[in-house]
Design a protein around this ligand. Structure first.
Ligand SMILES: [Zn+2]
Length: 317
């Protein structure tokens, strides 16, 4: 079905060439993408007070002064002391020799104190059930965490991450992604599925380097071959461009391929056609820090071509 839909869409219909022309390098082009070392992890990510405060504001209706006690509420005094001592060490520059898991322990306790403890009613409700508004499919790349980039809070997004944020077609059979989709759509009845791609995706680079007919003895190659149609359409539309630009094109084309693959799941197509489920694409460019968002729309009774079109395209910068 996806092949039929794809074939019925005009070339470049889902992916305007203007996006391909965007520069791939910008003010942060020197970003190496290397993992943080022990000292780096101590210095940079913890200065996020503004982000944390913004997150708490997003929670909206959450009651800030709970009138009940839980197990968690019985230890704030000791927790406060531990956090204070650790923060003091950090300010004195003694932190960088600490074990990475000490850092994680600090972060967990900070989350517990400043987020969980201050929003006990919300977290008590979450312990009983989840009603996320989004199913998110994103890449496993450490630089593109949807909760960081889009500020998803606990309970807001049922998320699966895989190499190159690919959705296999229904005929592919069982995978962690199809299992997550089944639960999110049929049990949680999420109203939105958002597939998020990103710049400089190693999985897409692997896909674009694949040679036709090559003998694949790699889990990565086997997996990314799901996006073969995106590679072929990229080569047809942007084959004369540099490898980097082709990858940029394919990063977006594969998102649309995944949106079409979602429609091969009968229970997804049914809910989309009924208007109970919306499918969205997103593209996070971490070089220039922009986010593109678009929506696949169902057009009942559309004469000729695909029943689906792209709408509500916007660029957040
Ligand atoms: Zn990726």
């Amino acid at each position: 079905m996806a092949a039929r839909l794809r074939a019925s869409l005009p070339s470049g219909h889902l992916f305007p060439s203007a996006s391909t022309d965007s520069p791939s390098d910008g003010p942060f082009a020197g970003f190496s993408g290397k993992p943080l070392g022990a000292s780096n992890i101590c210095r940079s990510p913890l200065k996020m007070e503004g982000t944390r405060n913004a997150r708490l504001r997003i929670l909206g209706s959450i009651e800030r002064k709970p009138t009940f006690k839980t197990e968690a509420s019985e230890e704030p005094v000791g927790l406060n002391r531990q956090l204070t001592e650790y923060e003091k060490q950090r300010l004195e520059g003694k932190d960088c020799g600490l074990d990475l898991f000490e850092e994680l322990k600090f972060r967990f306790r900070r989350f517990k104190k400043r987020n969980y403890m201050e929003n006990l009613v919300h977290y008590r409700n979450l312990s009983q059930q989840q009603t996320p508004k989004f199913m998110v499919i994103a890449c496993a790349d450490s630089r593109v965490c949807p909760s960081d980039v889009l500020g998803f809070q606990p309970g807001e997004a049922f998320t699966v991450r895989n190499v190159a944020n690919l959705v296999p077609p229904f005929q592919h059979g069982a995978s962690e992604t199809s299992a997550a989709l089944e639960f999110a759509v049929n049990s949680l009845e999420v109203p939105n599925i958002l597939v998020i791609g990103h710049s400089r995706c190693g999985g897409i680079q692997a896909l674009m380097r694949m040679k036709e007919g090559s003998d694949s003895r790699s889990f990565i190659k086997d997996w990314v071959s799901i996006g073969k149609n995106a590679r072929l359409s990229t080569e047809a539309a942007a084959g004369s461009l540099s490898f980097d630009m082709q990858c940029r094109h394919c990063e977006k084309e594969s998102i649309n391929g995944s949106l079409l693959n979602l429609l091969t799941y009968p229970w997804i197509e049914k809910r989309v056609s009924e208007g109970a489920l919306s499918l969205h694409g997103g593209y996070y460019d971490f070089v220039n820090c922009t986010f593109e968002k678009w929506t696949l729309v169902y057009r009942e009774g559309l004469e000729g071509g695909s029943k689906y079109d792209i709408n509500d395209r916007s660029l957040w910068s």
